[in-house]
Design a protein around this ligand. Structure first.
Ligand code: CA
Length: 237
């Protein structure tokens, strides 16, 4: 991971420092820019693997900078947005950013998103060359394989027939095995317009997902329920 460089464009020093610290602790190298202009200048000489881009920068809007960043690099971009930027978030994604994270965010969440986006970017490249991008989940060989481009997941080498929501739920759980996701987090990841009054619908989608997994392997139950917390994926269960 040492060769993976992440640009952080963030004008609040305390946020920038904690993000930098967290990513470096995970083995990424980072470069911090306080302004969009600083980042653009650096892109003339370096090509990062990913850019974390604050939406509200002192020298302009992140959306504005996004367009100019795209002219200089194909690296995926994740927006860092303040709570309440609902409309901005939608506009941002329509403009082609790869993901967004709402402040305040947990560092684990940030690292998980960064890894997921890097993996997607990587698989897009590989698939472009004609080979499906496959992710093997740690702990077991070939238990799950994800093709993020075709949005397909194989379990024990068999293709799962999933709805879009089931696919997104399982992809989220697989993105961070053993991590417990709350219903609210799963809703955020799996639905384009998450309605938090419907958090319980997660339970029925999980139930249907489990049935599909059980049809292939009746003896294991890789999706674990954590009472009062949420769900996680335990490949060995
Ligand atoms: Ca800011």
């Amino acid at each position: 991971m040492g060769s993976i460089c992440i640009f952080i464009v963030e004008d609040e020093p305390s946020i920038a420092q904690t993000v930098q610290f967290a990513l470096e602790a995970e083995g990424f190298s980072t470069e911090h820019f306080q302004t969009g202009a600083g980042c653009l200048a650096a892109l003339e000489r370096a090509s990062p693997s990913l850019v974390l881009l604050d939406v509200g920068l002192a020298d302009g809007s992140g959306f504005e900078f996004f367009r100019r960043i795209r002219q200089l690099t194909e690296a995926p971009v994740i927006y860092l947005t303040a709570r309440g930027d609902e409309i901005d978030r939608v506009v941002g994604l329509e403009m082609g950013a790869d993901d967004y994270i709402v402040k305040p965010f947990s560092l684990r969440e940030l690292v998980a998103r960064v890894r997921a986006v890097l993996r997607r970017a990587d698989s897009a490249t590989v698939s472009g060359a004609g080979t499906p991008a496959l992710l093997k989940v740690a702990g077991t060989t070939d238990l799950f394989r994800i093709d993020t481009v075709r949005r397909q997941i194989h379990y024990h080498a068999q293709l799962l027939d999933l709805t879009l929501h089931e696919y997104r739920l399982l992809e989220t759980l697989l993105s961070y095995p053993e991590r417990v996701f709350t219903r609210s987090q799963l809703l955020e990841r799996g639905w384009d317009e998450p309605d938090h009054r419907l958090e319980r619908t997660i339970d029925s989608h999980i139930k249907s997902l489990r049935n599909k997994l059980r049809e292939i392997d009746p003896d294991s139950n890789p999706i674990c329920t954590h009472r009062g917390m949420g769900y996680s994926l335990m490949p060995g269960s």
